[in-house]
Design a protein around this ligand. Structure first.
Ligand code: HEM
Length: 241
């Protein structure tokens, strides 16, 4: 029988004293931040950790959304919604992390900003990969609706009968809502830290972030609610809500 010492010995190849460190490559991961002596301000560690954590989580979310896309194409709506739900949970974290950066004061941030060059979230690989998979998910959903000989309006009216497609639509709406929430909280963060009428490190006026907030991935899935309310009001003349 193995004694206690045997359990402490790593089995996996790689750097690190334990299998935990080897499997997760924590040596490399935890060396990806600036050394304390190189920090432009002590708050810079938080600034870097929040960005890196957000990139990892958005990468994870985009990975699951690509898997969900393949499931939609195969007509497996249960597995697709399982993964879209997971991705949405992951996107919640970068939204929450934006609030951590609200604790950096404007004067301190300008010391950090001086070291960013033209670095800008416009080049965020994680966010760009979410923007890349988003429209393809919508397209795959619409193709399945068409293949079933239905319209989006039918799916909503007969939601119990077409539960699978309806659930895909609602989970895509959750995803779209989270992208908008990220943009909203990010805009408020930028307004708090650098102001609402200035130009970003890549030359983009902060006002442009406001316009981007009005970008919808699945406009039709939002519009359907207007059509349902309008139709209901017509049928129950006098109804307002
Ligand atoms: C103090 C914190 C932050 C400030 C002041 C800030 C400011 C800005 C500004 C001004 C822009 C416009 C582009 C430009 O740079 O010229 C931008 C874009 C962007 N930033 Fe940030 N940002 C901050 C934190 C973050 C964090 C933590 C993330 C997470 C990854 C992030 C992701 C993005 C993304 C994705 C865009 C493009 C937005 C879009 O396409 O709508 N930012 N940011």
């Amino acid at each position: 029988m193995a004694n206690q010492d045997d359990f402490r010995k790593p089995l996996l190849p790689g750097k690190g004293a334990s299998d935990y460190e080897r499997y997760l490559r924590t040596d490399e991961l935890l060396a990806l931040q600036k050394l304390p002596e190189d920090l432009l301000h002590k708050d810079e560690t938080t600034f870097i950790v929040v960005h890196q954590a957000s990139e990892l989580l958005m990468k994870g979310a985009a990975f699951e959304l690509e898997r969900a896309l393949a499931y939609i194409e195969q007509g497996d709506f249960f597995n697709s919604t399982r993964l879209i739900r997971r991705a949405n949970q992951m996107i919640e974290q970068p939204i929450t992390l934006l609030h951590v950066l609200e604790t950096i004061t404007p004067y301190d941030y300008h010391l950090i900003r001086a070291g960013l060059g033209h670095g800008s979230g416009l080049d965020s690989p994680g966010f760009l990969s979410l923007l890349h998979v988003g429209p393809r998910l919508g397209q795959a959903f619409n193709e399945q609706v068409k293949r079933a000989g239905l319209t989006v309006d039918d799916i909503y009216r007969r939601h119990e009968e077409f539960f699978g497609l309806h659930d895909v639509a609602e989970r895509l709406l959750d995803f779209d809502e989270r992208m908008q929430l990220f943009r909203f909280h990010h805009l408020k963060l930028a307004e708090r830290v650098i102001g609402g009428r200035v130009v970003g490190t890549m030359g983009t006026p902060v006002e442009v972030l406001q316009q981007r907030m009005e970008h919808w991935l699945y406009k039709d899935l939002w519009d359907i609610r207007n059509r349902i309310t309008a139709a209901t009001n017509e049928n129950q003349s006098g109804g307002q809500y």
